[in-house]
Design a protein around this ligand. Sequence first.
Ligand SMILES: NC(=O)c1ccc[n+]([C@@H]2O[C@H](COP(=O)([O-])OP(=O)(O)OC[C@H]3O[C@@H](n4cnc5c(N)ncnc54)[C@H](O)[C@@H]3O)[C@@H](O)[C@H]2O)c1
Length: 233
Amino acid sequence: MRVLVTGGGGFIGSHTVDALLAAGDEVSVLDDFSSGQRANLAPHAKLRIIAGDIRDPAAVQQAMTGITHVMHLAAQVFVPASIAEPVHSASINVTGFLNVLDAARRVQVKRFVYASSAAVYGIPERLPVDEASLVMPLSPYGLEKAINDRYGALFKDLYGISTLGLRYFNVYGPRQDPRSAYSGVISKFADCARANQPVTVFGDGLQTRDFIYVGDVACANVAALRGGGRTVS
Ligand SMILES: NC(=O)c1ccc[n+]([C@@H]2O[C@H](COP(=O)([O-])OP(=O)(O)OC[C@H]3O[C@@H](n4cnc5c(N)ncnc54)[C@H](O)[C@@H]3O)[C@@H](O)[C@H]2O)c1
């Protein structure tokens, strides 16, 4: 595959790039490095890095040249930021998403896989949550991901492009930034443990969340790029 990974300099993106390169695929990364890091991407003969914004159609079109598969991960990823600045968040997570999806359609990629989110569900009415669960987002971020899912399904029906959205739950693992105010509990606890500091548990400690290791997400991304499946909506 010749894969464009948007957001490839980020946490999930860089692990996905590693998995693709290890499998012998060619990778192009499009990232504005607003939250991702160049240091997450080791130099490799089959890796091309393009610094650019997914909101810029020319940058997206240039990055799409020669591409056979797209893994779209670039996003404004912070839920509180989406509540504070919903228009800015939608400009990246809806308009930016659409830029990448439409450019992928125009060059007729074989597969377009993108990061949706468990945030589309809001507070689930039953557990475990699955694809048939009610979509009822509680934040602009969740709504933006739900809109991505609808666009993915619509583009499949309208244009025949093969799309697949993966609704990740809470991802943890190396390269997650524990200093971020919005970082996941596992990276914060691990950071405290390494520094021999106490960890803070909020609430009564009986609350549960669903976690997945970033290496497993990278494997799922690569499998989704290669395999069958359908967009859920
Ligand atoms: N980490 C999780 O638990 C989780 C859960 C569900 C969904 N997701 C989704 O997975 C994807 C990857 O998230 P992550 O945790 O790796 O976050 P991340 O912040 O590490 O990665 C996002 C990447 O997108 C880049 N980016 C942001 N805006 C951009 C723009 N306008 N143009 C180009 N690049 C831009 C950032 O620089 C960064 O490299 C996102 O779409 C996120 O919404 C993550």
